[in-house]
Design a protein. Structure first.
Length: 125
């Protein structure tokens, strides 16, 4: 179970990282729209897992690799924002959050099933 401190720190990091990605989208990431969908913080606040969603990009894997390549720069920018709140800036790990893609896929499946069921009903000829 996460402590209140972990939860508060995670919310702050999610906000700060979101702003950092928004500011650097054009210069570092080719204008891709990147959202921080979730942040998990270790109990010692030393490691952070950032879950990202990508929009306006074709190759999500390549974008994730580019973000991982720039992780030191991102960590440095994060340090400028949180330096008064923590003793040590946490190590950042980035992961792709494909839950939104899954939701959209399932919506399409349900819509297709609904359309098929609607066209099979008797009396609609």
């Amino acid at each position: 179970m996460d402590s209140k401190r972990q939860e508060k720190f995670a919310r702050q990091l999610q906000k700060d990282l979101g702003e950092i990605f928004q500011q650097n989208a054009r210069s570092l990431f080719g204008g891709a729209f990147i959202t921080v969908s979730g942040v998990k913080v270790s109990p010692d606040l030393g490691y952070v897992r950032c879950y990202l969603s990508f929009f306006q990009t074709q190759d999500k894997e390549a974008l994730l690799e580019l973000i991982q390549f720039h992780s030191r720069d991102l960590r440095h920018q994060l340090a400028q924002r949180v330096r008064n709140q923590v003793r040590k800036v946490p190590e950042l790990e980035f992961f792709m959050d494909d839950s939104l893609d899954y939701v959209m896929h399932m919506e399409q499946v349900f819509k297709k099933l609904s359309d098929e069921r609607g066209s099979d009903e008797p009396g609609e000829e």
